[in-house]
Design a protein around this ligand. Sequence first.
Ligand code: DX5
Ligand code: ZN
Length: 225
Amino acid sequence: MTDARINPSILAADFVNMQAELARIATADFVHVDVMDNHFVPNLTFGTQMVERIQATSPVPLDVHLMISDADRWAPAYAELGAASVTFHVEAASAPVTLARRLRSIGSRAGVAVKPTTPVEPLFDVLDEFDQILVMTVDPGFGGQAFMADQMGKLSRLADEARRRGSEVWLQVDGGISASTIEQAAAAGADTFVAGSAVFGADDPENAISALRTAAGRHTHARTR
Ligand code: DX5
Ligand code: ZN
């Protein structure tokens, strides 16, 4: 099993010092970029113009998390600007498989996210259409919320299904991930971890990243054995 992937969320960074903030997380696997439209979620961040500058500036590849309505229409632009991974919400897409294929054809990894109240079972038959499934462990919209341990059942059912199918899909968790919650998520089958406040709120973000990676690694199980 490769090491757990740690993707710091710049939602917790200082937006007016973004270049310096990105330099503080150069040892991360990806930088997690939360795009919010004040419609799908009750908060607003930024759009393609800002993400294009982050793409040009970041020392690590981009993991874009789109919390926006009408994903079918808007998501491809993030793949076109060069994001390594683009994740849209299944609740916001009218044709998720068609959209995932389009993202892959442009050259990015295709991810699909589910809110805490959204079941994951409908995705089982189309797992191979995606490179990443994001199980939200908070209601999307804001950083700094408490980890929802009640999402672990959903995550482990998804991990079991992926194992059964021999799928290479990455299982990501986002929301409330810290040194004290990451082991539960890893034990339930996550291999890719978003952390905002736990990384940018630390005195030394690179130390925080390596501590999270180590804690996750202690509990991560190989997909196939
Ligand atoms: C929440 C965002 C998260 C957020 C996580 O809607 O999708 O990526 O930044 O922040 P923390 O790690 O502070 O819960
Ligand atoms: Zn996110």
